[in-house]
Write a protein that binds this ligand. Structure first.
Ligand SMILES: Cc1cc2nc3c(=O)[nH]c(=O)nc-3n(C[C@H](O)[C@H](O)[C@H](O)COP(=O)(O)OP(=O)(O)OC[C@H]3O[C@@H](n4cnc5c(N)ncnc54)[C@H](O)[C@@H]3O)c2cc1C
Length: 389
């Protein structure tokens, strides 16, 4: 069992670490200032300039297959990169990526949707959640009715990330109510100018998702992604594409937060001594250090299972559940260690506090991860001994 990084893995990881330190961290104060004025932290020009800078060093399409111009990196490597990016709250991700299910597009759709998304000239969004169907995604009610060679879509989607900015949506609609999720849901690629509209949803985070309204939106059959009736499987593939990546990013955030707590504990004096000398503070630091370490290995283990072609769903649920829970406990402790300053908007702790809260909700809530984990254990789909048996 070898837990070390190869020379190449270390080089790639270190390049990103340097990029974050030199290019992103210096932007933090300005990002905070803008977000507090209700503006985007980075303008789209700034984001694309940063992406082009990274591209010059080959960082483009981290998980995009090389035949589409990407790096095709492993899941383990991608998790390590996400952890590095998580060290800052500057909203950056590398360019050159597209939703995994767009690779199922036919040649004509690839030209119109997949390739421009990879290039960054078109923005996508993924829409399954509805006001009446979140965790229970099979309960969606948006319909697509066949009319000649067209389909007419009606319904409302909600909480759609990027829904207010997207040029097109991958929307999931019921095409056969008798079959429902078992062969009666279809995915449609629908351009904004085909008639759907979006409404921004204000959240406790710095960026908001949107509701999408489909009111008799007519699309030709050529807009179907994959096959009629196979949409639910595509939706599950999208959601399962990398559940380990969300807690991976949280590793970096927690490391940065813990470093802030350590610095503060060592310098803040009360009753004639640094608070670092108090056991109450030491235990918070110790617990956070242990939990970050445990999270790192849960995430890397899930990513390793992905790379090994194993069924990684159980390991990914464990990493997502633990990451969401512990990241929230850690940011809360770090805020506590900073006292009143932790609660102010002069420091970014309260920002991370709000951002990390989302981790327990989207792409499967804590309760849904527990449901999956419990079901796997109770039904014997996995052993209590884990992957080693
Ligand atoms: C910022 C943000 C971005 C999002 N982005 C997208 C996106 O891009 N595309 C998209 O389609 N969706 C997106 N979502 C939706 C997200 O996936 C759902 O909010 C999430 O799955 C939970 O669904 P819900 O909000 O309807 O809660 P509900 O399903 O109504 O759940 C309410 C509560 O009940 C619990 N619960 C539900 N069922 C059970 C059960 N069987 N046992 C025990 N407890 C249960 C839940 O865990 C939760 O605590 C986003 C959400 C947010 C907040």
């Amino acid at each position: 069992m070898d837990f070390s990084l190869s020379v190449e893995e270390r080089e790639i990881r270190d390049w990103v670490r340097t990029f974050v330190r030199k290019e992103l961290v210096p932007l933090e104060q300005e990002v905070l200032r803008r977000e507090r004025a209700h503006q985007p932290g980075l303008t789209s020009d700034e984001l694309s300039e940063l992406r082009q800078k990274a591209k010059k060093s080959g960082f483009w399409g981290v998980q995009t297959p090389p035949e589409y111009g990407g790096m095709g990196l492993s899941a383990v490597m991608t998790a390590l990169l996400e952890a590095e990016l998580g060290r800052t709250f500057v909203p950056f991700s590398f360019g050159g990526s597209a939703d995994n299910i767009l690779f199922h597009a036919n040649d004509e759709q690839k030209e119109r949707y997949l390739l421009p998304t990879i290039e960054g000239t078109r923005k996508s969004c993924f829409a399954i959640t509805e006001p009446g169907a979140g965790s229970d995604a099979k309960a969606i009610r948006t319909t697509a009715r066949r009319d000649g060679s067209d389909w007419v879509i009606n319904g409302e989607k909600t909480f759609i990330t990027g829904g207010n900015e997207a040029d097109f949506v991958m929307v999931f609609a019921v095409t056969d109510p008798d079959k429902g999720a078992n062969g009666g849901v279809t995915c449609f690629l629908v351009d904004r100018d085909m008639g759907w509209r979006s409404e921004y949803i204000d959240t406790m985070g710095e960026w908001g998702p949107a509701s999408l309204i489909f009111d008799d939106v007519r699309v030709p059959s050529s807009q179907i992604l994959g096959e009629v009736g196979q949409g639910f499987a595509l939706a599950m593939q999208w959601i399962g594409r990398g559940r380990y990546l969300l807690p991976a990013r949280a590793i970096g955030s927690c490391e940065r937060l813990l470093s802030m707590a350590i610095d503060h504990a060592n310098t803040r004096e009360t009753f004639g001594a640094p608070i670092a000398e108090r056991q109450a503070i030491q235990w918070m630091i110790a617990d956070s250090g242990v939990e970050i370490e445990a999270l790192r290995w849960l995430v890397l283990h899930a990513a390793w299972q992905v790379d090994s072609g194993m069924d990684s769903r159980h390991a990914q649920s464990i990493a997502k559940l633990y990451g969401g829970q512990k990241a929230n406990e850690i940011v809360d402790r770090v805020l506590q260690i900073h006292g009143g300053m932790g609660y102010t908007r002069e420091l970014p702790i309260e920002r991370w506090y709000r951002e990390l809260r989302l981790l327990r909700i989207y792409e499967g809530t804590d309760e849904i991860q527990r449901r999956t984990i419990a079901r796997n254990l109770l039904k014997g789909h996995v052993t209590v001994g884990g992957a080693l048996g």
